[in-house]
Design a binder for this molecule. Structure first.
Ligand SMILES: [Zn+2]
Ligand SMILES: [Zn+2]
Length: 447
């Protein structure tokens, strides 16, 4: 256990007061103190606590107290606090008086804990450098509002092989859910869910350009497959999963006149090529539209479509108005809860999405135990199956069927299909309960 630690702590409040939370990382600084002070230093322990309704300053102080308690439990003797709240830094140092009665007990607790260490220091750094703590705080609010547990404290050795924190999607992570966490909880006001397969084809679409194969020349309309995506309808709400290059045609075909959120599985062109067409939905809703995906994919999408993610637009002027939102845990859209599912696609972790009894996992190469544990007890699973020939980043039909046999949803639908497979030919060899997706297929999901 470390003698010396760096702590980055942060509080968050959405509204002041409003839903509030505390986040902190505790970093081992015994070896290389300079490395431990870097914003991206790997934490030894993390705190992500939802605090209910409160003020930002109470949240800031609570984050400091929780982090100091963790440092004390770790046996640290020297503590270096890095906070983005100047108020807390100055009050801990005794340079500013504590005038707010709500803060006095927290200040007293923090200073008592600090006296227990041999040495301590506190200094302020800008919020941008305190991103790790800020993210844990915001994750707590999102998690709690979506029905997850209020407090998640990760200590060394609790998440396997000396990799305590920040590796929730690790392949080695023990596939156990937090007590009380139900991935199938559909949220406070889920409504009835209807899913429409907007597109069922692989990245190049089917028919493929200039191809004379039986699927590409088939008279069966189900063999015409636009790029894979799905539309979720519940109550008045419409949520799009993936915005591929065929989005405009898909939206016209389905008479889509509203969107409440866009969830991306990842940043590949066949999943994001239609982002520009989302501008019509900005015009219809009169404001920004949330685009959610995992942080790594989101950063790439924001970079590639920089003009569409411009936060300074005051009114619709012909450009998409997209708000990037990182997916780090369960979240709500219109009273329905969504749980991200780690999916492996070419040695990358991308996002599948579960909501209630439904899950959509595209571009699956494989799903490890940490993803499968979130996909038990499904009514309907839509999952990709590219073709029969092995592919470096996509599972085959056979591999998809093995996954389905393990997960045992009531109903499974294969999507993201290449031109090797005709609808009728594939359908004939599938076991009961497994179907072939086609553009326009509607799925009613009980919850
Ligand atoms: Zn073909
Ligand atoms: Zn892909």
């Amino acid at each position: 256990m470390p003698r010396r630690v760096v702590i980055r702590a942060d509080g968050a409040a959405r509204g002041n007061p409003g839903p509030s939370s505390a986040g902190a990382v505790v970093i081992d600084a015994d070896g290389d103190p300079a490395a431990a002070r870097r914003p991206d230093a790997r934490p030894l322990a993390t705190v992500s606590d939802y605090l209910g309704r409160g003020t930002n300053n109470v949240a800031e102080y609570t984050a400091v107290v929780r982090a100091l308690e963790v440092a004390a439990r770790l046996g640290a003797r020297e503590v270096e606090l890095i906070l983005d709240s100047n108020l807390v830094v100055e009050q801990l140092a005794g340079r500013w008086r504590v005038k707010d009665a709500k803060l006095a007990p927290l200040h007293a607790r923090a200073t008592a804990l600090l006296r227990g260490f041999d040495t301590w220091s506190a200094r302020q750094e800008p919020r941008a450098r305190n991103h790790a703590a800020d993210a844990l705080a915001n994750e707590a609010i999102d998690r709690a509002l979506a029905g997850g547990s209020a407090s998640v404290v990760r200590m060394p050795g609790e998440a396997g092989e000396g990799s305590p924190a920040e590796e929730p999607r690790s392949r080695a992570a023990a596939p156990e859910l937090e007590p009380g966490f139900d991935p199938g909880d559909a949220g406070p006001d889920p409504g009835e869910l209807t899913v429409t397969i907007l597109g069922s084809g692989t990245s190049g679409g089917v028919p493929r350009i200039a191809c004379g194969c039986p699927t590409c020349t088939s008279a069966d309309p189900r063999d015409s497959r636009s790029r894979a995506s799905a539309l979720l309808a519940f109550g008045p709400h419409r949520v799009l999963i993936d915005a591929g290059p065929d989005l405009r045609a898909q939206a016209l075909r389905e008479g889509l006149d509203r969107l409440d959120a866009v969830l991306l599985t990842h940043e590949h062109a066949d999943a994001v090529g239609g982002l520009d067409d989302l501008r019509r939905f900005n015009e219809l809703r009169g404001g920004y539209l949330d685009v959610r995906t995992v942080p790594e994919s989101l950063a790439i999408v924001v970079d590639r479509f920089r003009y569409a993610f411009d936060p300074g637009q005051s009114r619709f002027a012909g450009l998409p108005m997209l708000r990037p939102v990182e997916v780090a845990g369960p979240f709500l859209v219109g009273g329905r809860r969504f749980v991200p599912v780690p999916v492996i696609h070419g040695e990358r972790v991308i996002a599948g999405y579960r909501t209630g009894g439904f899950a959509y996992c595209s571009d699956v190469q494989r799903i490890d135990p940490d993803g499968r544990v979130l996909l038990r007890g499904l009514d309907t699973l839509v999952v990709s199956a590219l073709r029969d020939i092995p592919h470096p980043t996509h599972q085959t039909v056979e591999e998809a069927l093995a996954l389905i046999a393990d997960l045992r949803p009531r109903r499974a639908v294969l999507t993201h299909l290449d031109h090797d497979l005709t609808h009728a030919g594939l359908e004939r060899r599938l076991p009961p309960g497994v179907e072939v997706a086609w553009d326009g297929l509607r799925l009613a999901v009980p919850r």
